[in-house]
Design a protein around this ligand. Structure first.
Ligand code: UDP
Ligand code: MG
Length: 343
């Protein structure tokens, strides 16, 4: 591989990061200033407030290799990453958060591993500097996912990663809308390796992941990558079905023979409590099951609508700027891209 041809795209999803983004850009640019790596930075403005948007435009104006995609509203982190991947043209692509929790300097180590032949190099968080509740939630989520999913999704790896063009092209070609990028990244296979790093605290600002957004991400992770929840329902259902038949046979025999159990005859009017409890229990199980099935149906519904994944309002700094409104899918469906010289 000719070193000078190496073109790295760095995809940075940004949502209301006015306190961090300039510092982030400085550290990122600094990281590469001592190298001869040719790179582009693609900021994806995921419907941020005007302050962040203004700063991003300024940053994009400051250098030719810094580009900006502005989405027409907040589409969420995973979709913003997807948009960035669609627009990337580097031989390798790095996805990194804008809040400096993922140190940009690690990218150089990732590139070394790529030179060693790995197609995906993902960051593994050695320790998290987040509150205990969030840490516990993450811990259980990744273990649950590992048990459920047939695809090996490395625990404690986030979206911070380097991907070879071949992998990126696969991701870009995937039409699904409920995206769990780190899962898809594992699903494609190829030679993958993790690099451990300390996940810093946010440089400034608050996490843009609310509890509900995190929950949605987690359920995308589980439901998109396994049918274990459906199998569990079937198993519980089978168990309940068999036990209720046994119970029914017993009750009928009891009624007919009218023998005493613990001093009770079936003809005594009793057992309202039991019935009520049973009724509640079974309707609970049923509702839960219907809920889980609903998760899948909801996703089938989403996918079947074939909506664009995102809508780009503006593109800044790209050489082949087209019309103002570009649907993500049209861009994604383009010919397989090769490493273009666009600097
Ligand atoms: N982000 C985004 N859209 C969103 C939420 C977050 O583009 O709807 C970006 C955010 O600006 C940051 C990255 O995704 O660069 C990760 O978000 P955050 O740091 O809030 O997540 P956490 O690190 O707390 O999991
Ligand atoms: Mg963060």
């Amino acid at each position: 591989m000719n070193k000078n041809l190496l073109l790295l795209s760095i995809v940075v999803p940004v949502y209301n990061e006015e306190e961090v983004i300039e510092e982030f850009n400085r550290r990122l640019v600094n990281t590469f200033s001592k190298t001869d790596i040719k790179y582009e930075v693609i900021y994806v403005n995921d419907g941020s407030n005007s302050q962040t948007s203004k700063i991003l435009r300024k940053i994009a104006d400051s250098a030719k290799n810094i580009r900006l995609i502005e989405l027409s509203r907040n589409f969420g982190h995973q979709i913003a990453v997807t948009a960035g991947l669609d627009y990337s043209s580097g031989e390798i692509v790095v996805v990194i958060d804008a809040d400096l929790q993922d140190p940009p300097e690690i990218i150089l180590q990732m590139i070394d591993q790529w030179r060693n032949g790995y197609k995906v190099v993902y960051g593994i968080r050695r320790n998290r500097k987040e509150n205990i509740f969030k840490r516990m939630a993450y811990y259980s989520f990744y273990r649950l996912l590992q048990n459920f999913s047939k695809v090996y999704i490395p625990p404690d790896s986030g979206d911070f990663s380097l991907m070879d063009r071949q992998v990126v092209n696969m991701l870009v070609a995937m039409p699904e809308r409920n995206r769990f990028v780190r899962g898809l990244r594992s699903w494609v296979g190829f030679k993958q390796i993790g690099i451990e790093y300390d996940r810093d605290e946010r440089f400034a600002g608050k996490s843009k992941y609310s509890l509900s957004k995190l929950f949605l991400l987690a359920s995308d992770g589980v439901v998109n990558f396994s049918i274990t929840p459906i199998n569990m329902i079937s198993n519980i259902g089978l168990f309940l079905f068999v036990s209720s038949i046994l119970a029914a046979i017993f009750l009928i025999i009891w009624r007919i023979s009218n023998f005493k159990i613990l001093g009770h005859m079936p003809s005594d009017v009793q057992g309202f409590t039991t019935l009520a409890v049973l009724l509640l229990f079974f309707s609970g199980v049923q509702l839960l099951s219907v809920g889980i099935i609903g998760q899948y149906i909801g996703r089938i519904y989403d996918e079947s609508k074939q909506r664009p994944k995102y809508i780009v309002e503006n593109e800044l700094g790209f050489s082949k700027s087209k019309n103002n409104l570009i649907f993500g899918d049209q861009r994604g469906a383009q010919e397989v891209k090769t490493s273009g010289e666009i600097l």
